[in-house]
Design a protein around this ligand. Structure first.
Ligand SMILES: Cc1cc2nc3c(=O)[nH]c(=O)nc-3n(C[C@H](O)[C@H](O)[C@H](O)COP(=O)(O)OP(=O)(O)OC[C@H]3O[C@@H](n4cnc5c(N)ncnc54)[C@H](O)[C@@H]3O)c2cc1C
Length: 427
């Protein structure tokens, strides 16, 4: 089903300068969403559908790549379909996924155990294309998009604290070097922080402390050309006791590679991509040749934000908490969270802010936190080579035993608290 990829949109008209956006007349926005990953773009679109005047602000200039395995599971695809975006991934040229090929290095490094499992669905698509298309869908719903602009949410002035309705202030500064530097302060009734790991936009606020796992791994990845024989539709995964790396063909035939590695291993490597290349080579996935500039990294991955909502600020997606990505759950959680948080944002604008914030805490626990328990268990196992070796041996001998786990991880079924999508209860 590989289709022609959507052309890069830099040529399309989209405001990308602070001065371009109609937001300086002192008006208060209903909703400002920080970060245009899947969580932010989905939240912004849904907020606009619910009738909120919404601004989506992103510090990178789009389209941009990002460290990610680029695999959407069935839950992500179902969530897009429920939001009326069922053709979005196919329109990006998304490659249907059908097989998961796992190779584990034993002890010294060269012997490999192998397991191949059929997947119940899913698709591979570059983050450049996916995130760009989601932003276009948000714009089509009425969202204003401002890229190349970094946001910091400002602390309340002491006299403002305690009000249930006062808008919040945000400082926006241009970080697109091709533009004039610019800094402005604007106001919004509600803010959705969807700015990924570590929620950088909230650093000036004391209400959103994070717990970062000291032993957490970091992410490294890139999109590269590769002559190896990995067919389209197969997720390759190589596991060693110091990390794991996944690779998959995306819409233009290139390879998306992403790894989760011990920080020490990366620190002592020649360059961030070197351990990943070595792992894939030793596992028989072929040799990757890429410029040093092809690789980017992430901060520590496993973390949780202790406050999910406070005083008009809602936190969603990786910004709310994340677990190592072996199960490819992150985009699904970001999309599901984006849908649900927009509903809570609309309730905060039109009703009681405190009730809306309480609702968001409950929704996040039901929709995201419980599913992350599976990722936690797998992350624990992946650090124990004997446990993973034994699991691979059993699953290779009895594939039927692994099937329920694969199905569960892909399950679109949500536990209680279904997310409502239509703008019904505020009409
Ligand atoms: C190695 C690795 C492999 C992975 N593989 C998969 C996979 O195969 N499948 C899957 O489903 N998930 C995978 N994930 C997880 C997935 O990438 C994330 O869960 C997902 O991107 C979260 O989306 P988000 O919208 O919350 O955040 P992000 O996608 O991180 O988006 C946040 C956005 O906010 C912007 N931003 C940050 N700060 C500011 C600021 N101050 N002002 C304005 N904008 C800002 C950033 O530029 C970014 O565009 C993987 C992750 C890693 C690290």
């Amino acid at each position: 089903m590989t289709r022609a990829p959507t052309p890069p949109s830099s040529a399309r008209s989209s405001p990308s300068s602070i001065t371009d956006v109609d937001c300086w007349n002192g008006d208060v926005w209903d909703c400002i969403v920080v970060g245009a990953g899947p969580a932010g773009a989905m939240a912004a679109r849904q907020a606009a559908i619910r009738g909120l005047r919404t601004l989506l602000v992103e510090r990178k200039v789009f389209p941009r790549e990002k460290v990610c395995g680029a695999c959407l599971n069935q839950r992500a695809l179902t969530t897009l379909a429920e939001a009326g975006l069922g053709s979005l991934v196919a329109d990006c040229g998304g490659v249907p996924l059908n097989r998961f090929q796992l190779r584990c290095l034993r002890g010294g490094g060269d012997a490999v155990r192998e397991l191949s499992l059929q997947l119940p669905g899913g698709a591979a698509v570059s983050r450049a294309a996916l995130d760009e298309s989601l932003v276009r869908a948000a714009e089509a719903a009425g969202v204003q998009f401002l890229s190349g602009t970094s946001v910091k949410v400002l602390p309340r002035e002491p006299r403002q604290v305690g009000s249930d309705t006062d808008p919040r202030e945000l400082e926006l500064s241009t970080c697109d070097v091709s533009r004039e530097p610019h800094r402005r302060t604007i106001r919004s009734r509600v803010i959705i922080a969807a700015d990924g790991l570590g929620h950088p936009s909230l650093k000036r606020l004391t209400e959103f402390p994070e717990r970062v796992s000291a032993s957490s791994r970091i992410g490294v990845g890139g999109v590269v050309s590769h002559e190896g024989d990995l067919p389209a539709g197969v997720i390759g995964m190589a596991v060693a006791n110091w990390g794991y790396a996944g690779l998959v063909r995306i819409e233009d035939g290139r390879l998306n590679v992403a790894a989760c590695l011990d920080e020490e291993v990366v620190r002592h490597a020649e360059h961030p991509g070197a351990p990943l290349i070595q792992l894939l080579e030793q596992s028989g996935f072929g040799t990757i040749r890429a410029d040093l500039g092809a690789w980017t990294g992430t901060p520590k991955l496993t973390r949780v934000t202790e406050t999910l909502a406070s005083d008009g600020v809602f936190v969603v997606g990786d910004a709310a908490g994340y677990v190592e990505p072996f199960t490819g759950e992150g985009i699904a959680s970001a999309l599901v969270g984006g849908l649900a948080v927009a509903d809570c944002a609309a309730r905060a604008v039109r009703g009681s802010r405190q009730a809306a914030e309480q609702r968001w805490r409950q929704q996040w626990e039901q929709l995201v936190w419980r599913r992350q328990q599976w990722c936690r268990r797998l992350a624990w196992m992946l650090r124990r080579p004997r446990a993973i070796g034994a699991a691979v041996r059993v699953a290779a001998a009895f594939p039927a035993l692994a099937r329920p786990i694969v199905l569960h991880l892909n399950s679109p079924r949500r536990q209680r608290g279904r997310v409502s999508i239509a703008a019904d209860d505020f009409a």
